[in-house]
Design a protein around this ligand. Structure first.
Ligand code: F0G
Length: 456
């Protein structure tokens, strides 16, 4: 097969530095064995997240200069609004500083205390905002999503029976909306099918429930539909995006992913009363409704990124590169979440370190060991991220105990992926010697960001 290279050439470079093992041992100790607390200077290849870590294009950098920094009514806001209308198809948009700003607004607007918000698996900040408004999150994703080895083309699908059972149990009037994430981050970047979106819409219509999207990685979802769902092979990703979004009443968006920027997000919707409420709230928490915590130049860069993200060559390469890393690990027999998702390769830490119990934080320990081996920074997505139940205070024990190797967009070459694969394979050969951890500092919410550990 004729090889296909990155659909871009590199115009500016940022040097990175390899450290010594002794330096890394000291750095991870100072960071309390939490990769979030490492200094980026001490990291060689940074796969902590794909959030805000993207490389902008020359056109996005040029767009920065076009930023209108007016306090109110900035031209850059209208550019953003136009891009959202054209590519997502929603009527109204309210910018926010990032995705969780939009989650905060929609949770405040739609949730009443004591209600239930179903979703296709939790996301950390999303669920926290729902709980802060007094709602209970209910996971309605298909069972396969919780099994790293289950093969399913659309592992992010909503289980319609679970959704209907919830409606039966608590009543549609106590479900302000269903939140459908495209793709599902915590399940490994797994997509939702168009057929499933249609089915969810039908249930929502029958019961008068709103259907909201976490559209953070929706372009990656659209690509999987093009690849896997009958009838979509000859459609463009741009067309598929529009159809996906057409089933929703609105979305929250972290522009730091799909939109190829370093900061920003938005809330988009079709209903005017929600827009009105969002404008009332955004001025309290973020900024004026025409900037929402962003600089004018940030909105310009997002607008330009929105057009670039639906370029078919770009998104094909993005998905290819993630798969290129994942397939090397599969070939070595390393347990990863399958199928390989859209933004990351997830190591199954339970299967990787079977000598550790979940209370010994296998994913946290594996991420720390990977850093020490090669300076590659990954992220824990297991029991530490899951946190505690706010009502009982008990630890939540998620089925998935994962280390996420998250690929930033347009930042690393396939050669960097080879280096990562080599290090993971090396660890796999020495897995018996990786020790568990004990938590020595635990913050009250979103503990994974700042918790500290010591080796056992
Ligand atoms: N929803 C999803 C699915 C996300 O992955 C994120 C962020 C957010 C919402 C919140 O957006 O960070 O802009 O406030 N995910 C990042 C990650 C942090 O590393 O997965 P934000």
């Amino acid at each position: 097969q004729r090889p296909v290279a990155e659909p871009f050439k590199i115009k500016a470079v940022e040097p990175i530095r390899m450290t010594t093992r002794a330096e890394r041992e000291r750095a991870i100790k100072d960071a309390g064995y939490n990769t979030f607390l490492l200094k980026s200077e001490d990291v060689y290849i940074d796969l902590l997240t794909d959030s805000g870590t993207n490389a902008m294009s020359d056109r996005q950098w040029a767009a920065l200069m076009m930023g209108d920094e007016a306090y109110a009514g900035a031209r850059s806001f209208y550019r953003l609004e136009e891009a959202v209308r054209e590519i997502y198809g929603f009527k109204y948009v309210v910018p926010t500083h990032q995705g969780r700003g939009a989650e905060h607004l929609i949770s405040r607007i739609l949730i009443k205390p004591g209600t239930y918000v179903p979703g296709n698996m939790y996301f950390t900040t999303t669920r926290t905002h729902q709980e802060m408004q007094g709602a209970t999150f209910v996971d309605v994703i298909i069972d396969e999503a919780h099994d790293p080895t289950a093969i399913h083309p659309f592992k992010g699908n909503v289980d319609i029976a679970k959704f209907e059972a919830l409606i039966e149990r608590v009543g549609a009037e106590n479900i302000p909306y269903i939140n459908v994430a495209l793709t599902v981050n915590m399940a490994g970047g797994q997509p939702v099918s168009m057929a499933n979106l249609r089915a969810v819409r039908a249930v929502c219509d029958r019961h008068g429930i709103r259907m909201w999207s976490d559209a953070t990685r929706a372009v990656e979802n659209a690509y999987f539909i093009k690849e896997r769902e009958p009838g979509y092979q000859n459609k463009t990703v741009r067309e598929i995006m529009r159809e996906m979004m057409s089933y929703f009443d609105g979305c929250t968006m972290s522009g730091k992913k799909d939109c190829l920027v370093n900061i920003g997000g938005f809330l988009a919707m079709n209903e005017e009363w929600i827009l009105q409420k969002a404008r009332e709230q955004v001025v309290i928490f973020e900024g004026m409704p025409t900037y929402g915590g962003l600089a004018g130049r940030d909105m310009e860069a997002i607008a330009q990124g929105i057009y670039e993200m639906v370029d078919d060559d770009y998104i094909a390469h993005r998905i290819y590169q993630v798969r290129y890393l994942g397939e090397q690990l599969l070939a070595a027999g390393i347990p990863i979440v399958q199928p390989i998702g859209g933004h990351a390769v997830m190591l199954d830490a339970r299967a990787f370190l079977p000598h550790l119990t979940q209370d010994q934080f296998p994913a946290q320990a594996l991420a720390a060991a990977l850093y020490v081996d090669s300076g590659v920074r990954a992220m824990e997505r297991g029991i530490v991220s899951a946190g505690r139940d706010p009502k009982t205070g008990e630890n939540r024990y998620p089925k998935l105990e994962l280390v996420r190797l998250t690929i930033p967009r347009r930042v690393y070459t396939d050669r960097h992926m080879d280096v990562v694969a080599y290090s993971v394979k090396h660890l796999w050969q020495h897995r018996d010697s990786i020790p568990g951890l004990r938590m020595v500092y635990e913050p009250p919410t979103l503990r994974f960001f700042t918790a500290r550990f010591e080796p056992l």
